[in-house]
Write a protein that binds this ligand. Structure first.
Ligand SMILES: [Zn+2]
Length: 120
């Protein structure tokens, strides 16, 4: 769902009046997903639904306070920040900086740090 691969769904017309009417009856909108060791729930205000549907990954990255690239890298590394030390002929080490998975914001702060091996 968060990969924006459902092009036909993106092209369906969006009726904001219906969304606003549902919201008036107390119906809420929530994204739930599991990624990189974290269960996430994001409540979406009705006014934000077009922005979410336009580019879900960008919306989620913004919610987490990270860039789109950081969000994708967080997913790709399964939440483990990568070591930036150089090994051999300028190849990045990329071993995990921590032994635990981080949420996107903490991941972004710690990615590029040093692994246990390169700290000492
Ligand atoms: Zn390292």
């Amino acid at each position: 769902m968060l990969e924006n691969e459902d092009q036909p769904i993106r092209e369906m017309p969006l009726c904001m009046e219906t969304i606003q009417r549902l919201a008036m009856f107390g119906i809420t909108f929530k994204i739930e997903f599991y990624a990189a060791g974290f269960q996430t729930e994001i409540h979406i205000r009705p006014d934000d639904i077009p922005r979410f549907l336009d580019h879900a990954p960008l919306f989620v990255a913004s919610y987490f306070g990270v860039t789109l690239e950081q969000y994708y890298d967080w997913l790709e590394t399964d939440g483990y920040p990568r070591c930036s030390a150089r090994i051999g002929t300028d190849r990045p080490c990329k071993r995990p900086v921590l032994g635990v998975q981080c949420g996107p914001k903490e991941w972004a702060l710690r990615d590029g740090g040093l692994c246990e091996f390169h700290r000492h």
